[in-house]
Design a protein around this ligand. Structure first.
Ligand SMILES: Cc1cc2nc3c(=O)[nH]c(=O)nc-3n(C[C@H](O)[C@H](O)[C@H](O)COP(=O)(O)OP(=O)(O)OC[C@H]3O[C@@H](n4cnc5c(N)ncnc54)[C@H](O)[C@@H]3O)c2cc1C
Length: 159
């Protein structure tokens, strides 16, 4: 996921829903390539969030913000400009891949057989989404791997 840039825009209300829109957008022309409604379950906080095209890292924060708000205005109308806050995170720019535009293939070599083993006489186990044979690299993989390791450990404890 090193090339990922995630953004969020907070609003006072989910004005897009009032207009009959879900808030989900897939774009091949705007800087934001995927957009989703990110309002909370309690319906007290409202936001749109999603992914930016990897090239967005070449813009300044202000330029990215302006382009995203303009894109949202195009889809959802003028209310898009009345946001509370805009935030984004370029994952490439910190400890993942500093100063490097090289593309790393995502979700590579997940579920390796080495992770099926336990080590140090059943005292050391490896888990996490990268150890999962299904949906490795995703939230589903993280949960499946954690459930599997919890089952294994509880069986060892019961013996
Ligand atoms: C930018 C980005 C976007 C993503 N988008 C999606 C998406 O839309 N859908 C999706 O399904 N998945 C997405 N993912 C992937 C998803 O977030 C991961 O697959 C999932 O969070 C992995 O869960 P995990 O429990 O395996 O590991 P993590 O969530 O990484 O948890 C590992 C934890 O261990 C802690 N830790 C590390 N070292 C130590 C230590 N020495 N001692 C104690 N604690 C330690 C870390 O702080 C961390 O809290 C995305 C990931 C990224 C980076």
């Amino acid at each position: 996921m090193s090339g990922s840039i995630k953004f969020s825009v907070e609003y006072k209300k989910a004005f897009w829903k009032d207009k009959g829109f879900s808030g989900s957008i897939y774009s091949q022309s705007g800087l934001a390539t995927e957009i989703y409604d990110h309002s909370n379950y309690e319906d007290t906080k409202f936001a749109l969030k999603g992914f930016l095209n990897g090239s967005a890292s070449h813009y300044t924060f202000e330029e990215r913000k302006d382009k995203i708000i303009e894109q949202l205005k195009r889809y959802f109308g003028n209310e898009a400009t009345e946001y509370i806050s805009y935030n984004d995170k370029i994952w490439n720019d910190t400890f993942i891949q500093p100063n490097n535009d090289t593309f790393l293939p995502p979700h590579f070599n997940n579920g390796h057989a080495a992770f099926d083993e336990s080590y140090m006489n059943n005292k050391l186990f490896f888990t996490g989404t990268e150890t999962s044979k299904s949906f490795g690299g995703y939230m589903d993989g993280a949960i499946m791997a954690s459930n599997a390791i919890a089952d294994r450990i509880s069986k060892i404890i019961k013996k």
